[in-house]
Write a protein that binds this ligand. Structure first.
Ligand SMILES: [Zn+2]
Length: 267
């Protein structure tokens, strides 16, 4: 077995090899080849064409068959080849791999240049998208054809997209509890006199936006809601004990800048 200090990255960084890896029996050649020396997760085979697309040209001479991609999200290793003792840390290649990064930009879909931040915006801010299908439709993430070379892992971006979408949908669910509570409060208070309310609503770009704006207004007690994409506004009935401002603020928080319009509209 090699002594620990012989493990160096391609830029000469001394690697802190895990005890599990160091203690592997020498006859267990297969495990020694397939595990990441740092995190001990099994690496996934990647083709040379994938690796060469992400390492710097000066490192191309180090490339040969047998590289693996370390899929441990917390691990600094990105590509390793235990047969040739060639180790690329994530900081030593050109491409950022979103799932291994703590801070943005965190690329998720490389073919269509979609960042985790874009998906967060669609789900949590714009509130347009409720599923993986929506996200694919609006951001085009996961619909590219060149993942083998554009994604550092050599796998399809969709493999990662699902986890990211799930994460933000769960966050949105938590936020949704607040609006549900408002609605329950309203139901308990019972029906009361209604007034007509006009809001300007900026930033709606599609029918999904209209649906979302309507749903938000309804959740907060609005009735007979009419949202116009063309006029960028909304008209509805609201119980007189609910402040129209609260709805404008709620819409603004979800990414649609909204204000109460005092003047009556003739329609
Ligand atoms: Zn690793």
């Amino acid at each position: 077995m090699k002594p620990e200090n012989s493990f160096r990255s391609v830029r000469g960084k001394i690697l802190k090899v895990s005890d599990e890896y160091l203690n592997l029996p020498s006859e267990d050649y297969r495990t020694r080849m397939e595990r990441c020396p740092l995190c001990f997760n099994p690496g996934r085979r990647v083709l040379q064409v994938t690796v060469s697309n992400h390492v710097y040209p000066e490192d191309w001479k180090l490339l040969m068959d047998g590289f693996r991609f370390c899929s441990g999200n917390a691990c600094q290793m990105i590509y390793f080849n235990n047969a040739t003792a060639t180790y690329f840390l994530k900081s030593e290649i050109k491409t950022r791999f979103g799932p291994k990064e703590d801070e943005g930009p965190k690329p998720i879909c490389y073919c269509l240049s979609v960042l985790e931040e874009d998906i967060r915006y669609e789900i949590l801010k714009k509130n347009c998208c409720d599923s993986l299908q929506d996200i694919e439709e609006f951001t085009k993430a996961g619909t590219g054809k060149w993942c083998l070379t554009t994604n550092p892992s050599g796998r399809c971006c969709r493999d990662y997209l699902g986890d990211v979408v799930d994460k933000f949908l769960r966050m949105k669910e938590t936020a949704g509890v607040k609006t549900t509570l408002n609605r329950i409060r309203h139901d308990l208070d019972g029906p009361s006199a209604e007034k007509q309310v006009y809001l300007s609503v900026k930033g709606m770009t599609c029918d999904s936006c209209v649906t979302h704006v309507s749903a938000t207004i309804e959740k907060m007690g609005g009735r007979n809601v009419k949202v116009s994409l063309k006029d960028q506004d909304a008209v509805f009935l609201l119980p007189s004990d609910t402040k129209p401002d609260e709805i404008a603020v709620a819409l603004t928080e979800t990414g649609y800048e909204s204000n109460v319009v005092e003047k009556s509209r003739t329609k």
